[in-house]
Write a new protein. Structure first.
Length: 280
């Protein structure tokens, strides 16, 4: 199976990778839905995340979102990228070397993909932007369609510039915008917000998907509309797609759709090795 999938990736003109919470699960970051998921646990405690983690609730009481993020960051700070993240980085570097178009899109806010790209001598951006500059907080080489928990911005959008997450922030504290004094908010997409280009690369994610002839979907439940539309648009166009997920989400039985149900931290390193160094 890996050999055939690897052959299709090698022959592709443009590779598109979409990652969801499942890729970070082996790093001990809980997924959001399903058993033990962050949203599932909130529901069990009588807290509906689709109500509490919204811009509407933030405008009423910003400490609700900030306190949730402090708890989430406490989990992430104890973790590291796993073998699946490194395998995607290796594939991205390989495509760069051979001149193959490669697009990485992630639903995750844990900063793992940007972290590895910045550490890569081949992929790290040449220019460094300072906090508050227009490009600061956006990493070339990955489209973070749900934002990134390492950055914050003005909730009133007096500007869209990103700033670093404040060090030493305590629960029930809310940082203020240095320009207008409004509450700062985490740079993450909330449940009642829509995807947009300026903050979440909506148009770029669509256009790159439309131009790709090979898509890898890793650890996504496709529960939000943009990832779902990207994937099923690719399938309807009858282009090659591989789902890497321990629990299959894409049920279409088509020649161009392949499913790998082995853990991504096990399967992706094997697959990428076969892409780069095919066995004769």
């Amino acid at each position: 199976m890996y050999r055939e999938i690897a052959r299709r990736i090698r022959s592709a003109r443009s590779v598109y990778v979409l990652t969801g919470a499942g890729i970070s699960a082996p790093s001990s970051i809980p997924t959001f839905r399903g058993k033990g998921g962050l949203w599932t646990e909130m529901d069990a405690q009588g807290t509906d995340p689709t109500i509490t983690l919204t811009k509407r609730m933030f405008d009423i009481d910003p400490t609700v979102l900030w306190n949730w993020l402090i708890d989430f960051r406490a989990v992430v700070e104890k973790t590291r990228p796993n073998a699946a993240h490194y395998a995607i980085l290796r594939l991205q570097e390989h495509c760069k070397r051979i001149g193959k178009e490669f697009t990485l899109v992630t639903q995750n806010i844990d900063n793992f993909h940007p972290q590895l790209i910045k550490e890569s001598p081949l992929l790290r951006p040449n220019k460094k932007f300072r906090e508050g500059e227009n490009e600061f907080g956006f990493t070339e080489g990955v489209l973070e369609i749900h934002g990134n928990e390492d950055y914050i911005r003005c909730s009133d959008e007096c500007n869209l510039k990103l700033f670093n997450y404040p060090k030493g922030l305590r629960k029930d504290e809310v940082p203020k915008c240095p320009k207008c004094g409004a509450p700062m908010r985490p740079h993450v997409l909330l449940f009642d917000e829509i995807y947009r280009q300026d903050l979440y690369a909506l148009d770029t994610a669509y256009s790159k998907a439309a131009g790709s002839d090979c898509m890898l979907v890793v650890g996504s439940e496709l529960a939000t509309n943009l990832p779902s539309m990207l994937v099923y648009g690719h399938i309807q166009a009858e282009r090659f797609l591989v789902e890497v997920n321990t629990k299959r989400v894409i049920e279409e039985e088509m020649e161009n759709v392949k499913n790998v149900d082995e853990s991504c931290e096990v399967s992706l390193p094997k697959l990428v090795e076969e892409v780069i160094n095919p066995k004769v």
